[in-house]
Design a binder for this molecule. Structure first.
Ligand code: UD1
Ligand code: UDP
Length: 358
């Protein structure tokens, strides 16, 4: 019997890598599934090359589609696989469609399910990720949480305390394991950056899908570019949405294809501020001590605000918030959320092994 890991989208890969490594150290047989939700070289393959992840045993090749089509295709593929191979446990990561699809399949086939990054809540049901998180948590046997607020949400939802474990943040394991490779000087040289600069990532449907929103977002980013150079490694959804709004025309904005993990965090490490709507980037900037302005009305990661360098911003107040960040400079010291210490993968492996041995 083996542990089956389900991955598929960019943010899954840095979360899964330390868990696979820690379970492998404990001699646990494992299989890795890539659903194919993300498939561009820069959205997928580059993470396997850089993070020491094993090759996926299976790639389901589902590709893009509507939520219904994509989720259903993942379910069909995972169901066939799980029916055939009967894993002892399925581990799912984060809040993407691959996560919820595998959770639905696993629970119907009565396979024990572990959710890494359980309990995060934005309380905003307009976000597809919030739906995915709630459903996945409801179906999970082991709820592995990155922060105390997540534990509280699960408790409020009636999840039995013995199923919930505060394990820390495996995405930060990957960050700390690779931090020596994040070379800000190299990133500057590569992208012709002189002086102060801001890195932005934009891909949330709520920011980029609607053309009117996208136009306002482009205007806000142009007002940011009046203050410092702006570099935007752009997610394919962001590119499609913002292209409909004419994309960026300001001479101080550089739009790039998505970057590999090491190159991206090299760029972030040297930045004066980050503007983002990513979940993972809010966490990574918290550890790197880079001021982060999150272009969203809410965050499911409030510890990045209470402990880290994150603040919520709107399109309207973004330029002013960037000015404040630039005037204040980067913080000298800042608190770090408890257990974001590079050892979450090991704690997760301990909980998983404990469950398998019951
Ligand atoms: C997904 C996740 C989101 C996560 C993001 C991380 C869901 C519901 N959403 O959003 O939570 O923050 O990944 O990056 O699971 N595309 C490509 N190449 C690829 C992949 C996608 O061009 O390799 C394009 C396709 O046009 C596709 C669109 O991007 O339709 C959206 O991809 P999808 O995986 O559906 O959602 P994301 O916006 O990437
Ligand atoms: N990332 C990357 N290259 C980029 C942008 C992001 O390697 O050009 C990494 C980032 O460091 C983090 C992960 O991708 O580890 C976050 O994924 P994303 O923002 O797509 O998803 P979210 O966290 O919002 O679900």
């Amino acid at each position: 019997a083996h542990v089956l890991h389900i991955t598929g989208a960019r943010p899954n890969f840095p979360k899964a890598a330390p868990v696979l490594r820690a379970l492998s150290k404990r001699g646990v047989p494992q299989k890795l599934v890539h659903t194919g939700q993300h498939y561009d070289e820069r959205m997928s393959e580059v993470f396997f090359q850089e993070l020491g992840l094993p090759r996926p045993d299976i790639n389901l090749g589902v590709g893009s589609g509507t939520h219904g089509k994509q989720t259903a295709a993942i379910m069909v593929g995972v169901e066939e696989l799980v029916t055939e191979s009967r894993p002892a446990m399925i581990v799912v990561y984060g809040d993407v469609n691959s996560t919820v699809a595998a959770a639905l399949v696993g629970s119907k086939l009565r396979i024990p399910l572990a959710h890494v990054e359980a309990g995060l809540r934005s309380f905003d049901m307009t976000m597809p990720e919030e739906v995915n998180r709630i459903v996945t948590d409801r179906l999970s046997d082991l709820l592995l949480a990155t922060s105390a607020d997540a534990i509280a949400h699960l408790g409020n939802e009636g999840v039995a305390a013995e199923r919930i474990h505060l394990v820390g943040n495996p995405m930060i394991d990957t960050l700390l394991a690779n931090i020596k490779r994040f070379d800000a000087a190299k990133a500057r040289a590569e992208h012709g950056i002189e002086g102060r600069y801001i890195v932005a990532t934009l891909h949330r449907p709520g920011n980029v899908d609607d053309p009117a929103d996208a136009r306002e977002l482009v205007a806000a980013m142009h007002a940011v570019a009046d203050q410092a150079q702006v570099v935007i490694p752009l997610h394919p959804r962001g590119r499609a949405g913002l292209a409909a709004a004419g994309l960026f025309t300001h001479p101080s904005v550089t739009v790039l294809d998505p970057l590999g993990y090491v190159e991206f965090l090299g760029l972030v490490r040297g930045a004066d501020a980050v503007v983002t709507d990513s979940g993972g980037v809010q966490e990574e900037t918290t550890i790197l001590g880079v001021p982060c302005l999150t272009l969203r009305p809410n965050t499911e990661r409030p510890v990045t605000i209470t402990h880290g360098t994150n603040r919520l911003a709107t399109r309207e107040n973004l330029p002013g918030m960037v000015a404040t960040c630039l005037a204040a400079g980067r913080p000298e010291t800042w608190p770090v959320p408890p257990l974001w210490d590079g050892h979450a993968g090991e704690r997760i492996a301990d909980v998983v092994v404990g469950h398998l041995e019951r």
